[in-house]
Design a binder for this molecule. Sequence first.
Ligand code: GDP
Length: 328
Amino acid sequence: MTKIHDITNRTSLARAITLMESTRADHQQEAHTLLASLLPKTGNSIRIGITGVPGVGKSTFIEAFGLHVIEQGHKVAVLAIDPSSTKTGGSILGDKTRMSKLSQHEDAFIRPSPTGGSLGGVARRTREAMLLCEAAGYDVIIVETVGVGQSEIEVADMVDMFLLLLLPGSGDELQGIKKGIVELADLIVVNKADGDLAASAKRVRADYSAALRMLHPSNHSWQPKAITCSALLGDGIPEIWHSVGEFARIMDDNGDLQRHRSKQAISWMWKEIREMLMNQFKQHPKVSARIGEMEEAVQKGEITPTQAGYTLLDIFQKVDADGSPLQE
Ligand code: GDP
């Protein structure tokens, strides 16, 4: 692969993201050098997270919303975090048949979820891809996730505004909404508010509006709200974009956006440290030689998990007289 110096077109942006997703150390090194050089160009976007159960209409919504936003003169990047891909290597999000009109548009960039690895690993690569997209001039970034597992929390932790898509007519449990997710939402969108489902969508909207008023808002300057839309017909899409604009303006004016992003950056740094330390720990030759034995002893109840932890940490921390880690 020749070195990537700029990412001003979709092909070179896609290649830079591929480099970032590679597990090869030299690729990662190159990607990080590239990202570091592009850092001053990042941050100039509104970062929107979108979640909802399979079938709620996420891809239909993102296609309609993305095309509307492009019509208003913006460039849209769509990234996906798919918890299923971390387990199976396959993906329920992000396959090429989704969002076909949007993906063909020259002002859109759609990237399927990186597959394999832990959710934390996928989230980290998505964060980095988000920065690359910003440096490439995309000013509206959508991070999509399917509402299962812990992925919503990961997404909420990397975006400015979090949208929860709901279906008309069913209660929280049927919607697959886990505790705490409604609290994360800045905007609840009840989709499929058309035809026979329109009345039921309105009822769900009213229920959630009431619930949101009772919950503490996720930040003080913005009061989360619920609205209806029909992604299929395009109804409500301009209103949602208007709300996003309003959110961004309010948050920016009072400094909340900057504070929110700074907090996220610090939390990201600690996640990186945890992951790096864990990798170093597991790859340490003397530690890895004893892990199996320790696990077995814990399993059999011969030693406590705490004892095993201390034993392994002790081995990890032992250093030679000159201060370098003890090697085999
Ligand atoms: P995803 O799994 O969340 O990405 O959902 P899709 O966008 O694939 O949509 C699932 C199904 O719901 C498809 O058959 C869509 O045509 C349909 N759908 C999506 N949005 C709407 C809508 O606003 N109204 C109606 N009636 N159907 C919709």
